[in-house]
Structures are given as structure tokens and as C-alpha cells.
Design a protein around this ligand. Sequence first.
Ligand code: F6R
Length: 241
Amino acid sequence: MKLQIYDDYRSLSEGVAAVFVDQIQQKPDSVICVASGHTPRGVFEQLRGLASSGKADFSKCQFIGLDEWIGVPADNPGSCRAMLDNDFFLPLDIPTSNIFFFDGMDENPDRQVKLANSWIADRGGIDVMLVGIGLNGHIGMNEPGTSFGRGTHVATLSASTVTTAQKYFNTHTEVTKGITLGLADFRKAKVPILMASGAAKRDIISIVLTQEPDTTWPASVVQQIPDARVMIDKACAPNIK
Ligand code: F6R
């Protein structure tokens, strides 16, 4: 695991965006997994700028969304899909044929798990995987207690995630389950990146980086991944100096 601490959110976002650009220069048809949520929005802003000035070309890349709420349609602004569509896929003109996203409305979510696994296997695995961290230490919807070896699965959300999820929705939307790539997928990614920003994440980042890896804090799996890059800003770093 490599820890990189940036002065602020902007320089952190630039740093993460630079990893993406390096990756697509080496492999233009890279397979890229991205989280939604607030943390990566600065990265997407950087990537939009780089793409519009011709410094990054994502046209040959393949994308997979990290997770989706069950029961939330893709056109709900709080869905993971809608957030990524607005911030990234639509502004960059990514063809929908180059995107896999869990359908949270599938009455058989296990089918979505199988589809994701085949999609990834058919493309030879994930190259870059950018994830955030929840206040409870989750990655994607890998909630506390999830085994570090667990792959893509249907997840029951922890009480803390159910509450926090409301920040993404305009009106109260009950979410209790989701479909998510697993910690095993994160371990297997060629460039796994955990990104975190802001004082609210300081305590959990401190735990995840300093305590013995334990499924109580799913993101502590990063300590067991030699190639993992933990990219954070100073605001969430003080307790680990
Ligand atoms: C989003 C996701 C979540 C978030 C995490 C942090 O697709 O999988 O695990 O990455 O909850 O959320 P933000 O970035 O909104 O603080």
C-alpha cells in the first residue's frame, strides 16, 4: 500500500486524475471502475477538463460502475448511475455500449452480479478501480463484516449507510440493499485507488490505516494490497502522521 497525502481536495483530485491519464496513455482501452458519491467529483471535473483540451482520450475505455442502490431507477438523480452520467459519462461522450452498470430495478439482482462478473472476465479484469470510503469504513457497498475475499454481491446496507444515503436524494428514498463489486475485485484491480477527503473522514482513515486489518472496517483491506494507492488530502490525515 502506498499512501499519498495532498494539500487540499483540488490537488488530490488532480493527483488521482493524473493516475487515470497515465493509465490510458499506457493502455487506451483500459477497463475502469469508478465510484459515485461526492469524493470523486473533483476527479471527474479534472478529467472533463483534460478531455476537452485533448490531453485525455477515454473513447476506447470500458467503464463499470462500482455499485447501485436496489429499487432506485437509473434516472433518479440520486442513483449511482445518474451521478456518474452527469459528472462523467455524458460530458465525456462515453458510448453507452462501453459502460456496464448494475440495474437496481432488476427483479433478480443476482442476475446483475453474474452479468458484472462476465463483463469483467470478458475484458481481462479491471485496470483502474477508484473507490471512496464510507464513515463506517465501507468500500462500495461492502459493509462492515464483509469478508475481504468477497466478490460482487447483493448487499444489505448497514444502518449508517441507509442514513447517509439520503444525502444523495432530493426526496426521502428508502434504500436498504444494493449491488456492489466486492473487495476481491478491488484486490484484483491492477491499480486500486482509495480516495478520501475532508475532516469527516479523518477518524475512519486513521483506523483503516493504523489498526490491524479487520472486516469490521472493510477498507482496512488496503493494508493487504501491495499495489493499493491510498490518496487523501491533509484534512483527513492528521491522526496518521
Ligand atoms: C459510491 C460508493 C460509496 C462511497 C462512500 C463515500 O459509489 O460506493 O461507498 O464511495 O460512501 O461517499 P462520499 O464520497 O459521498 O463521501
